[in-house]
Design a protein around this ligand. Sequence first.
Ligand code: NAP
Length: 206
Amino acid sequence: MAEVIGIMGGTFDPIHYGHLMAAEEAREAFDLEKVIFVPAGIPPHKVQGQVTSPRHRYLMTLLAVMANPNFAVSRVDLDRGGVTYTVDTLTDLRTEYPDATMYFITGADAILEILTWKAPDQVLALAEFIAVTRPGYGLERLAMALGPLYVPFKDRIHILEVPPMGISSTDLRRRLKTGRSIRYLVPETVATYIYSEGLYGTGERG
Ligand code: NAP
């Protein structure tokens, strides 16, 4: 039987329990054999902004998933270098897993922007999508966002309601910069790494 895998792409700056919960919910709901976390190189929508070095984001992702035997981390986007486009991520993983059914797990807001991504029709043809969302998300928003791609690809996009978890990487970076706690928002291993490497301004305090 062909393998069924989930692909959780993200900037992971830093990775947190929202990402891990979404991946685990998708794994269970779609009976995925494993979920591969893929830290992005330079994310196209964050080219102008400051993104933590790939090495730190990779190691934090590794530390976050290592306790779960169903989770793994791939370096495809980091090793390719440059700006990460999902079409390249999926093409590389297709080469690595030629027979697998691939599900790309993402926030519903990202799906709404998919028409602005590079080669959206190829992206949707390479993998099925699991759009994780809060309860009450309207399918009609998706239909509008996808425009002409909605009809041919609607069966390849699955909406998955997950428990709302108000954690975001932006908020975590803000907390760290101002000396606030991130306990219970990220795995302890990730928090320890952040403090020991002095990331997100934590090294600037005495
Ligand atoms: P991210 O901020 O690190 O987040 C990764 C994913 O986790 C996102 O889909 C995000 O959804 C979701 N997430 C975050 N917090 C969550 C929570 N509390 N509960 C549930 N889900 C949560 O990654 P990103 O920068 O948005 O990038 C996502 C992927 O899209 C990456 O693989 C990136 O390469 C790809 N992308 C590709 C293109 C392109 O090909 N042109 C353009 C943009 C992005 P939310 O965003 O809804 O929080």
